[in-house]
Design a protein around this ligand. Sequence first.
Ligand SMILES: [Zn+2]
Ligand SMILES: [Zn+2]
Length: 537
Amino acid sequence: MRFAALAALGLVALQGAAAASPEGERLLSDVARAMGGAEAILGVRTLQADGYGMEAYFWGGGNITGDREAPQKWAENPNFSSVWDFENDRYRTQYRHNFLFPFGGTFGHSFSLSAWGVDGDVGYTLAGNAGTRLAEWTTGGAWFKPDGSVFRKYESLTHPLVAVRAVLSHKAAPENLRIENGMPVVDLVIDEGYVTLGVDAGTLLPRWVRWTAPHQNLGEVVITTTFVGYQDFDGVQLPFTWVARIDWRNTLIQTRMLDGYYVNSGKTPDIAAPAAVLAQPQPAAAPPAAAITVTKIADGLWHFNPGGHTVIEFEDHLVIFEMGGTAAQARAAIALANTLVRGKPLTHLIVSHHHFDHTLGFRAAVEAGLTVISHWGNEEILTDMATRPAPNFAGLVPNPNGAPLKFVPVHGHLRLEDARMTLDIYEIVKHNHMANAVFAYAPKSRTLMEGDLATPANQFSFWAEAYEDNLEHYGLEVDTVSPNHVARPMTHEETLKWIAEGVPRALARCDELLALGRPIPGCPPNIHRNWNERLAQ
Ligand SMILES: [Zn+2]
Ligand SMILES: [Zn+2]
């Protein structure tokens, strides 16, 4: 059957060779026939796909460790709905968002509705009634995912009916027909670029759609969405589920399961972009770096805001702790550090943990030639982030060719010491947010530098005990904390107070959800010290 279908297409002889458009057109007309016919497909004027799904937190970059076997942390996405309005060249997708793991910020658990669309050439995102126009491409989308008008255009083509309809209505040209692993594959070329369509050789139904996007941590990623469970829907074969994977570790990043389709329904909402969005100029891919405020913490120690970096001065060089931030912001922080002390270049970066928000600027650090110090267990994932190239997005992503990682592992404890500075780097203990993590401590000034140990977020203090657990484990006295997620250094007492504020909120949220009959992950929180006393002070 498989061979017969390929032979009927005249494709067997094409192994590995590129083909001109007529063959591509012929494949697509056979695919259209398998789906129910060109007439039925072109008769679809609006399509609405409603359902639910899951999304991988940071697309796999937010798990307990960077180990490829670390279980995936998921967000649930109820209220998923995608709408296509073909006559007006419009598309919109929406879903709600709730983390299925404890998280310190309310936004992780708020079930907020997010929507993205494209109206003609204008890409946009909606939050409530406020719309914001998207750049052509950006790595600074929601949760630091790629986004942009082209991203949303490619996403709109990532559905079998939409992809085939685009060819039938001459909005996309099928080119470069070839066979990959026994499967006919063709590029669907639009003005902005192309998506690639893989066709099941047996059924001649679309099997997957694939395209490339920039990624701040991973350089660029190839996203492949595979369609499963075709059913006849008023004469057209439509898939009821699909899954998306990226080419980094073949990570499953998104699932979508439908409750149903609405075809040409009078109830499908109008998805025109708001007039206020259409009036906005197209923004740049990334905002320029914000001015950085430098706060001296102690002799030889500075805190940078924004960015939450700590710079540490040694005899003949400087070390920086943590490198989040956009490409522009990270480059600005590195440039500023290099001017901080005359004659002392920035040579090393300490990475607290691998989470993609804490390593957003990592590729800029690799580009700057910095040697990286982190928990020994992070070497593999940091190597991926250093070495993956981004040939299609060289202007958007630092270190576009990839570069070898210069890595110093921390096993338990590492002391950096010369006549000017002593800095102890410790493996973090007892922390369910990040198992392979480190913090740094300058014993002379009793300054602790951290990312997500003391100050992850305090709307819900699910990790209230972690800070003191680590101080007790290593027998450390702290005067000052130099935080990554708080804009200024804090005293030890201020830090405890900051953590304490989120304790009753975490406990109350757990009680509230339990009362609703819906106990949630992370509850009851792992809290055992007497925080009421601290709050009372
Ligand atoms: Zn984290
Ligand atoms: Zn964090």
